[in-house]
Design a protein around this ligand. Structure first.
Ligand code: SF4
Length: 442
């Protein structure tokens, strides 16, 4: 979502006559569009901000803008004033449209210390209605590549107990379908082959106006856009992923058969503490339904280890479910307490040592499964959308299957944007590899 928001920020500056600099050293303005989901991401930003001043070596600093979710955290503004007072502008994710104007103010009046545009607290946002900025009339900088992002909704109403997002991104607001359809039509006419729909919980799309037009309907409408090749979406919530949505994906031509379903934990006790709204049995039921309706679909997940109170028994419940469901891949995380969330205040925090041990075990188990599944694809033909030259061998190109597996194509000829068939000759944990396949080429 930040990448997509950054394209809007770039577009706004271009409208004002700015151009994109190739590196920080030649910039008049530096915007850091930040994430607050994990402590480590936040620390990297503070460290980078510190280095920017050092790199200027006493010369004139560009106007530095801290944008995105970090700016929305209550403690950030004070920390900027204390630690990096040369940051001139701080703007929450719901106010990025104000950045050029604030930068202009900062340039014209250097005596103004820190200019801010952040949303009121969550309770205030609910009282006064939405504080979300929607991108309908905002420009976006042109990007290269075969894939484009389209944000279909902002914010989240779920309050998973470990997550800071509902506090910094605000209440859920779905965009009107007609604007989404128009944006996708424009991107397709510009030559983008793949469209990825974005939202904190795309399956809840449309529940806020509650007019009966939901995610399944949106997918059906986008599927019918002439020229569209592939549709993906990110992120799903298993609680809100209905059978109707699965059916709609099954019946579509262009929605990819890849389901990323964040499990987070395989223990019912921990899922309850996380406030996830489903049980391991319900999650298993959803995966079974997907596999029964769309054979060959890939299913990936996110898992957090070391949530407060997680015992070895809870963790083994997760391992058991991972072995049972055999995910194609998993993003695995150590629980990161975020100040302001319910989980950060919970007792029974798990020790660093236990968290690391559990993560290592989970990664080992999942990697074996991933490799096993990939090896089972050797000898198959995979439809692959070529994205870019391969980093290791520029004579090869790389792309993705509809199931979102990385493919290295060893034939000369295919270029980004081409959809080709690849015969898989080799596979590892992270890739499939082989030459282009044509009928009668074997
Ligand atoms: S669904 Fe839960 S994890 Fe996802 S953004 Fe909302 S609160 Fe965070």
């Amino acid at each position: 979502m930040n990448e997509r928001d950054s394209q809007t920020i770039g577009g706004l500056f271009q409208e004002k006559g700015f151009s994109l600099a190739q590196n920080a050293g030649e910039s008049d303005v530096i915007v850091m569009n930040t994430c607050a989901v994990r402590q480590s991401a936040e620390e990297k930003v503070w460290s980078r901000l510190g280095k920017l001043a050092a790199e200027s070596r006493g010369g004139k600093l560009p106007v530095i803008v801290l944008a995105g979710c970090m700016a929305q955290l209550p403690q950030t503004i004070e920390r900027i004033k204390k630690r990096v007072p040369y940051v001139r502008v701080a703007v929450g994710p719901g106010h990025i449209d104000k950045i050029p104007q604030l930068v202009s103010q900062a340039v014209h009046d250097p005596s103004q210390k820190l200019l801010t545009a952040v949303s009121p607290g969550r309770a205030e946002a609910h009282r006064t209605g939405s504080t979300q900025m929607l991108p309908e009339a905002l420009p976006r900088v042109k990007v290269s590549g075969v894939s484009a992002y389209v944000t279909i909704m902002y914010g989240c109403d779920n309050f998973c107990t470990y997550c800071i997002v509902p506090f910094v991104r605000g209440p859920q607001v779905s965009r009107e379908p007609r604007f989404i359809v128009k944006e996708v039509q424009e991107l397709v006419s510009q030559g983008f082959t793949e469209i990825t729909l974005l939202g904190q919980n795309v399956n809840a799309y449309g529940l806020d106006p509650g007019n009966g037009y939901g995610f399944a309907q949106l997918l059906e409408d986008l599927d019918g856009i002439p020229g569209i090749c592939r549709i993906r979406y990110f992120t799903s919530h298993p609680r809100d992923f209905t059978k109707t949505m699965v059916d709609s994906i099954r019946d579509s031509k262009h929605v990819c058969e890849h389901f990323h379903l964040p499990l987070q934990s395989g223990s019912n006790r921990i899922l309850k503490l996380m406030h996830r709204g489903y049980t391991r049995e319900e999650y298993r039921g959803l995966v079974s339904y997907i596999r029964s309706q769309i054979p060959g679909a890939s299913v990936t997940t996110d898992i957090i280890v070391g949530f407060p109170g997680e015992t070895d028994e809870d963790f083994q419940d997760t391992i058991g479910l991972v072995k049972d469901l055999r995910f194609d891949g998993a993003f695995t995380f150590i629980f990161s307490p975020r100040s302001g969330t319910a989980a950060a205040k919970m007792g029974n925090q798990v020790s660093r040592k236990d968290k690391s041990r559990r993560l290592q075990e989970l990664v080992r188990v999942q990697n074996e499964i991933t490799k096993d599944i990939n090896m089972s694809l050797v000898g198959t033909i995979q439809e692959t959308l070529i994205e870019e030259p391969d980093l290791k061998n520029p004579e090869h190109v790389r792309g993705r299957t509809r199931t979102n597996k990385l493919v290295v194509c060893t034939s000369k000829g295919p270029k980004p944007g081409d959809v080709v068939k690849v015969r898989i000759d080799e596979a590892g944990t992270w890739y499939l590899k082989g030459p282009m396949w044509k009928p009668n080429s074997d």
